[in-house]
Design a binder for this molecule. Structure first.
Ligand code: AMP
Length: 213
């Protein structure tokens, strides 16, 4: 399947994408993960993206389209892809439309995962991530067995630089201003499926029903 997962930071796009990959071998493509890996590796891309990311701002459309123009042509995309965190602006959505048309591809749907701001703020400020393997924890609902240490790989479990209260609040404002308008964009294209994020399973079921799998 070929889907865009829309939704504010913390709406659960990544969790839903990971579950969907198990259904038909589609790959999850998270621009946030690609950028974090570049920052950790200290590449030129990482250096260009780091300041904007830590402030909760968006990285430039040109940089993102450069990454995605390459990524969508890789072999593992042949079974389908779940775009998680991309597109994030109207110019990115327009550039993606051109890119897909050039590649002769069409998307199955754009899934808008809807969650209230209060729920997201609470979820993100209490979220912790393993620096090494990316495993997600939560200080309230899923703490690591030993504080600060990953149950799976023993890596350091930390708060992401962009998950402090100030950065999160900024990310949500940026989302409302620059990304939320994409729902209207894709509604006009007849591709939008809005789902309340009551649980990952309910989101998955709504997607299955919509695209007939
Ligand atoms: P995420 O993990 O998807 O919340 O992304 C983390 C950060 O990476 C965002 O706050 C942005 O700074 C940057 N980022 C990820 N995807 C994009 C995108 N499509 N456009 C611009 N910036 C992005």
């Amino acid at each position: 399947m070929k889907l865009i997962l829309l939704g504010a930071p913390g709406a659960g796009k990544g969790t839903v994408a990971k579950l969907l990959t198990k259904i038909d071998g589609s790959v999850q493509i998270s621009t946030g993960d690609i950028l974090r890996a570049a920052v950790a590796a200290g590449t030129e891309l990482g250096k260009q993206a780091k300041a904007a990311m830590n402030a909760g701002e968006l990285v430039s459309d040109d940089l993102i389209m450069g990454i995605m123009g390459e990524r969508l042509k890789e072999d593992d995309c042949k079974n389908g892809y779940l775009l998680d965190g991309f597109p994030r602006t109207i110019p990115q959505a327009e550039a993606l439309k051109v890119l897909l048309a050039d590649m002769g591809e069409t998307l199955d749907a754009v899934v808008n995962i809807d969650v209230e701001r209060d729920v997201i703020l609470d979820r993100l400020t209490t979220r912790r991530t393993c620096e090494d393997c990316g495993e997600i924890y939560n200080v309230k609902s899923k703490p690591p067995k030993e504080e600060g240490k990953c149950d799976k790989c023993g890596g350091a479990v930390v708060q992401r630089d962009d998950e402090t209260e100030t950065a999160i609040s900024n990310r949500l404002d940026v989302y409302n201003e620059q990304t939320a308008p994409l729902a209207g964009f894709y509604e006009k294209e007849g591709m939008l499926l809005t789902v309340a994020a009551t649980s990952s399973d309910s989101v998955i079921n709504a997607i299955k029903e919509r695209i007939g799998i």
